[in-house]
Design a binder for this molecule. Structure first.
Ligand SMILES: CC(C)(COP(=O)(O)OP(=O)(O)OC[C@H]1O[C@@H](n2cnc3c(N)ncnc32)[C@H](O)[C@@H]1OP(=O)(O)O)[C@@H](O)C(=O)NCCC(=O)NCCS
Length: 329
């Protein structure tokens, strides 16, 4: 079978217009702008409007990506939505996106890999394209985390924001471009350090689940931090080694952004200059699966990415689930 490399044909993003600053948070919980900026790098985050759902944000990001790729939604073969905050438990967020876009030909499904979801989605899309089973794939990371965080828990609520990012992916005939490899990992032994424990089959919705706020994000920030700064450099080195490359070859780092100190620690350990990393956590907070495609979209629209540039991607989230990818733009 002839394998065809995949490349990104279009990028898009969307964030709700409502902004919640650290100063706004000072009024509802015991925190300060100074603490949040110093410990996380976050200054503000976007919050979805009442009545706005995850698929609504996903569709806006998708439209932008489809326009850039000059692709009609009707020509999409496949839609993947990476999300842990879908419109409803069933059916998938992806089928709502499909319906709103009028992507009649596409099959559509969600993946649950939390903040690593878009990277997982990119890798899945790549496999379908390489094998010729799909020509046009839409990968979206969309999260409406403001509805699942506990707004009384200062340890976690300051971190997250709502947004969506989208990528249109297709085959390339240019061997010097496209996704070179993706490397995915999971460690369910650490599932407990970041979860929404209630509302599923283990702890179905009940008055007790609600009373104990088990339907909200539960997080051990310190353990996640330690885990991330250990495994992310390893993952990037794994991707580079697969291509016989060293960190010095990297032109851009496009990463999921959970905390600026995690990102800086990882690139410092790799010896990659911090300026090569596209940072926007100050404006978005942690948007989970949306974070990586939004960063790629912003860097792309800013004209930062030049043809043939080497892009290292990395992401990590609940699971734990993490990974890396290398791409020539
Ligand atoms: C959450 C995180 C910012 C906390 O930073 P930290 O430097 O580890 O801070 P600590 O947890 O050690 O807390 C230090 C103190 O600040 C306090 N604190 C926590 N949140 C606070 C807030 N929003 N405002 C003010 N003080 C806060 C803590 O209660 C603690 O006080 P104590 O020493 O009196 O107990 C950091 O651990 C982190 O970003 N972890 C990763 C989280 C993550 O990425 N989650 C998503 C994964 S995709």
């Amino acid at each position: 079978m002839k394998l065809t490399q995949s490349q990104i044909l279009g990028t898009g993003s969307y964030a709700p217009s409502r902004i919640l600053t650290n100063f706004d948070l000072e009024k509802i919980i015991d925190t300060t702008d100074a603490w949040i900026v110093e410990r996380t790098g976050i200054r503000e985050r976007h919050i979805a409007a009442d009545g706005e759902a995850t698929s609504d944000m996903a569709v806006e990001a998708a439209k932008n990506a489809l326009a850039m790729a000059a692709t009609d939604a009707a020509d999409l073969d496949m839609i993947i939505v990476a999300t842990i905050s879908p419109d409803m438990p069933m059916p998938s967020c992806a089928v709502f996106v499909q319906a709103k876009l009028g992507a009649k030909r596409a099959f559509a499904f969600d993946i649950s890999a939390a903040c690593a979801g878009s990277l997982y989605g990119l890798s899945i899309a790549d496999k379908f394209i390489r094998t010729g089973q799909a020509q046009r794939v839409l990968v979206i990371g969309a999260e409406l985390l403001s509805r699942v965080v506990d707004w009384t828990d200062r340890n976690s609520c300051v971190l997250f924001g709502d947004a969506a990012g989208a990528l249109v992916i297709g085959p390339t005939s240019d061997p010097g471009r496209g996704l070179m490899s993706a490397h995915l990992h999971s460690d369910g032994m650490n599932a407990g350090i970041l979860s929404i424990p209630g509302g599923g089959s283990r702890y179905p919705q009940s008055e007790e689940v609600l009373a104990q706020k088990m339907h909200k994000v539960a997080m051990n920030g310190r353990e996640i931090y330690k885990f991330a700064v250990r495994v992310l450099p390893e993952a990037v080195l794994e991707a580079l080694a697969a291509q016989g490359l060293k960190p010095g070859a990297v032109d851009h780092v496009i990463t999921h952004q959970a905390n600026i100190r995690i990102v800086e620690s990882v690139v410092d350990r790799l010896g990659i200059p911090r300026e090569k990393c596209w940072l926007n956590i100050d404006r978005y907070g942690n948007t989970s699966s949306a974070s990586l495609p939004i960063s790629l979209d912003e860097a792309n629209r800013a004209g930062r990415l030049k043809r043939g540039d080497l892009i290292a991607m990395m992401a990590i989230g609940a699971g734990m689930a993490w990974g890396s990818a290398l791409m020539r733009w």
